[in-house]
Design a protein around this ligand. Structure first.
Ligand SMILES: *Cc1c(COP(=O)(O)O)cnc(C)c1O
Length: 393
């Protein structure tokens, strides 16, 4: 059976160029970048090259990049690191209701430590409006954290306008750009943010490595203490092969973004149009225009998303129910709930996320499979009015 992978927002395959560079680094660059001798300097040179490549991808200075263990750590470092140095009169944190758990759970943890937190809602297409944010931010707000592109629905937030609201009140602005970096052009100056998270494994790099960009002058306390690595913002001997992989992935992403077919939108649109016209009772979730090009989130009326996911997997197709990152938890999506969807529609939603190597033939294959699977599942559940149950005359 041919396997089709439409779950690139969960993780991506490592690009061959990345794997090659990592293999070479693993075998030949074993020095400690903090060592003065030639072995150490060779490793330091490899780190510097990766740092420059990642910085270039987001329009930043290399010295502003902090390598981390991934998107989750970057989000934690941003929120906790800023909170730790903020003035005692600024004990308030703001995020959107559709953030990744790495931000939401961090705010929850800080709330237990006495911080006041506010989650800002979204409209029915998943967008945070600057007006709504303005009602939440006060002069006591230390940090606002709102993601650039959402992992479940792909919606792109008006980050520059949102950051302006935070800055008016003297708060810093962090954006989780894990789902936008590598998919759309990301420029820290244009976004006007103060901190930005990215993760290698969402852009055809390895797992377990990412970066936090911290605008020069923005204060932050290290959350891992020890050595002076990463300009004293993240202690620990650097994971050189993984960071080399991130650097190569950043270079590939930059080259890909320069080409028209780099953003996968035409492939995604073909998939979406095929499903919406081929499957009765299917509906698109999220803003159809303001979103990254690879993501489509669709509800199938009367079909449990988990059952559809399993049926597709049996046919060799990997998709996702949206958020469920860990251990197949059956929690309804907090993103779709925040958009005001009924519990039913929330539990009927599937995320298709395309990426490197996907083809029109794969899209057509999935479009061809879905009507049959969906009507079979509807017949079994018997809950759907349009289900083709053989009960009549
Ligand atoms: C995947 C993801 C993360 C977490 O990144 P890891 O590198 O897996 O820790 C954070 N935010 C968003 C939006 C993500 O999609």
């Amino acid at each position: 059976m041919t396997r089709i992978y439409f779950d690139h927002n969960a993780t991506t395959p490592v690009a061959p160029e990345v794997a090659d560079a990592m293999g070479i680094a693993l075998r030949t660059v074993f020095g400690n970048p903090s060592s003065v001798h030639a072995h150490g300097q060779q490793a330091k040179t490899a780190l510097d090259a990766a740092r420059a490549a990642v910085a270039r991808l987001i329009g930043a200075e290399p010295t502003e990049m902090v390598f981390t263990s991934g998107g989750s750590e970057s989000d934690n470092l941003a929120v906790r690191g800023v909170a730790a140095v903020s003035a005692s009169r600024r004990r308030h944190l703001v995020a959107s209701a559709i953030e990744h758990e790495a931000v939401l759970q961090t705010l929850k943890a800080l709330a237990k430590d006495g911080w006041t937190t506010t989650l800002v809602g979204v409209d029915d297409s998943g967008v945070v409006s600057p007006d709504r944010l303005a009602q939440a931010v006060t002069r006591e707000t230390a940090l606002v954290s709102i993601m650039h592109a959402n992992n479940e629905i792909g919606t792109i937030q008006p980050v520059a306008e949102l950051a302006a609201v935070a800055h008016e009140h003297g708060a810093l602005f962090h954006t989780d750009a894990v789902q936008s970096v590598g998919k759309i052009p990301v420029d820290v100056s244009a976004l006007d943010v103060d901190l930005l998270s990215l993760s290698a494994h969402k852009l055809n790099g390895p797992k377990g490595v990412g970066a936090l960009w911290v605008r020069r002058g923005a204060r932050l306390r290290a959350q891992l203490t020890g050595g002076k690595q990463e300009r004293s913002r993240r202690a620990g001997t650097e994971n050189v092969p993984a960071i080399v992989g991130l650097g190569v992935a950043a270079g590939l992403a930059e080259a890909k973004l320069a080409t028209a077919d780099g953003n996968l939108a035409s492939l995604r649109d073909r998939l979406e149009a095929g499903i919406l016209s081929g499957v009765a009772g299917s509906q698109r979730n999220g803003d159809p225009h303001r979103r990254v090009g690879n993501t489509s989130n669709i509800s199938f009326d009367g079909v449990e998303a988990e059952s559809l996911l399993i049926a597709l997997d049996l046919d060799g197709v990997a998709v996702s129910t949206g958020s469920a990152c860990s251990s197949g938890a059956l929690e309804p999506s907090h993103v779709l709930r925040a958009m005001g969807f009924s519990p039913h529609r929330t539990q009927n939603s599937i995320r298709f996320s395309l990426g490197l190597g996907n083809t029109a033939a794969e899209v057509d294959h999935v479009v061809g499979l879905l009507p049959g699977i969906v009507s079979r599942l509807r017949a079994v559940s018997g809950r759907h009015a349009r289900a083709p149950l053989a009960v009549s005359s």
